[in-house]
Design a protein around this ligand. Sequence first.
Ligand SMILES: [Zn+2]
Length: 279
Amino acid sequence: MGTQLLARGLKTNECGMAWNVTRPGDVGAIHQAYRNGGCDLITTNSFGGTRFVLAGHQLAARVAELNRAAAAVARAGTGENGWVLGDVGPFGDFLEPLGDTTADDLRAAFRDQIAALIAGGADAILVETMVDPAEAIVGVEAAKSCSADVPVIVTYAFQKSAPGEFRTIMGTTVAEAVQRAIAAGADIVGTNCGTSLTLDDYVELGRQLVAAAGKTPVIVQPNAGSPRLENDCAIYDATPEQMAETALKLLGVGVRIIGGCCGTTPAHLAAMSRAIKAA
Ligand SMILES: [Zn+2]
């Protein structure tokens, strides 16, 4: 979503979530492009949708409005036969004792966001790009307190900590990250984004996630390869064909839900979808 908003003219310091209200046609067209490419699950444009992040754009008072609009735009762009994932990203700081925010304050903020996403038509909640299991757990608790039935997905961003070993930047291992999310009530667990991971790293990470998750289904949403910097911009070079090959490898190691994060355009997801559905 971030990549696609920037391609449509979003300024780097502008609030992409405001587009759910000011440019719903553009956001809806992005959702439809992925849906037309064969995606079954569409993620709302609400990554920075807590009052903590929106405060940086003087929009903290509009949490309910902007999240509800995000879900409604995605619902309209997805149609009745697809699923809308209400997106919840990190709140942008550390919980106590490293930071000043209490778990209670964060739970209340996530609740405000998630209640609006569900009211707008989200079918499930995606708590993503997590690096701290404590924050992920608060996200799961908030979602389950809004609705006992809503499926909750938790995905972490990992980096390579040693050959064949992955941890979040907080130092959390794959097994600990996954097991704490499942213990808190997450219905699906996995990974999205990541720092400097190759496509084969995502496959190995997927294998380790499946081993750690037991009976809980695993989702992997890789970036389009490891980015290189060009004029301060992150450029993702993996082709749709390479991503399709990666999707098949992920399927082969037992990953059940496959998508894309940074740099994965509708063309990448269409190639992945075609490969998976033909497999
Ligand atoms: Zn990403």
